[in-house]
Design a protein around this ligand. Sequence first.
Ligand code: LLP
Length: 428
Amino acid sequence: MHSFHYSNGGLHCEDVPLSDLVSEHGTPLYVYSAATFRDRFTKLDSAFSEIDHEVAYAVKANSNLSVLRLLARLGSGFDIVSGGELYRVIKAGGDPSKCTFAGVGKTRAEIEYVLKEGIYSINVESEEEAAFINKVAGELGLIAPIAFRVNPNVDAKTHKYISTGKSENKFGIDFELIAAAYERASKLPNLQLKGLQMHIGSQLTSVAPFVEAVEKVAPLAADLKRQYGIEFFSIGGGIGIIYEDALASGKESWWTEQPEETRPLTPECYASAILPTLQPLGLKILLEPGRFIAGNAGVLLTECLYEKKGSSKTFKIVDSGMHHLIRPALYEGHHEIVPLKESSGETEQVDVVGPICESGDFFCQNRELPRFMPGETIALMSAGAYGMVMATTYNSHPLPAEILVDGAEARVVRKRQSFADLIEAEEV
Ligand code: LLP
């Protein structure tokens, strides 16, 4: 469910017509729905209410300060992967003692920063890193709370660039080597063995790989609790969202109409599949969802500038592109495209492309879309996660503005960049 829908012939976010936002703020424009963020967080949180747990939102998915503040107020913890992300969380009013720090390449400055701020746990990717954290913590006169990330060697069956839980991926410590890693780390004086972590991949649309990984790793978590008194087991993020039928999936009725075999993953089905294995552990269970919370909560609005009819294709050229939403170019990601003005039903096969000087700069290719013409604005659905956070100023296009809608209210939560902003840090 989400809060983007047609009403009176125009696409709305909650109670706000998106065309009003375009008139006031221009395009390209990211628009987020506060109600959708709240709904996603609350549904996932409630699905795990039977056990001690914490939803630690993966900041990397959408790190806008207002988004972080909204989630912090709901009681969310945060999964961060850099010093910069912790800085954002703190600025947004989040609590470092509800944050975990992950990532394969942590610098000394980052380790010092998170330890001084009182991070809940550092999720460690190798024994070498554990030894380094032990040294840094010792120099600061602190004890570093850590969890090793185990690589369970489970196929997440997702795009190869966002699959992380196979032994050929760079992440975590091999399942076979992890017990020895804990054994050696238990001898390091400035570490506290606080938990165990895993994350097998992103945009998983079936529950089976999660079940496989949890069942494989749960006995290890139980052993580590017995031997070292660890207190948490983080099962990572990765719950997939709807991209193909994104607009329709906003309605409750769409979900009940889906045949059981193809019904998308819901928090309830995710929780009920893994809770029987997790509950007996008696550990605090951490969840690190990013996309599930943010993905369907945002759209990218872009204006069609030109229509170009080639000999084999029709191109709709828009004022945004891979520099603002790189998912189609990088992961063959599908984002549903709908015009702001409700379609009369007429469709045409088009490529929607941006202004960037790269052939990879497209939002879709050979796709049958509702007809729209130059001067009209379209929405790329499900762009709330890994959209703006991955945007760049490539070709010196300023970054888009971001708006957060809450009911009938719309606030600019990030100003549009100007040309002056583009060169602000540079010198001649
Ligand atoms: N925890 C860890 C350790 C992660 O590496 C990630 C995502 C998450 C949690 C959150 O995963 P989520 O719940 O959002 O699936 N840019 C790509 C996705 C990269 C995901 C990286 N790690 C995309 O646009 O599809």
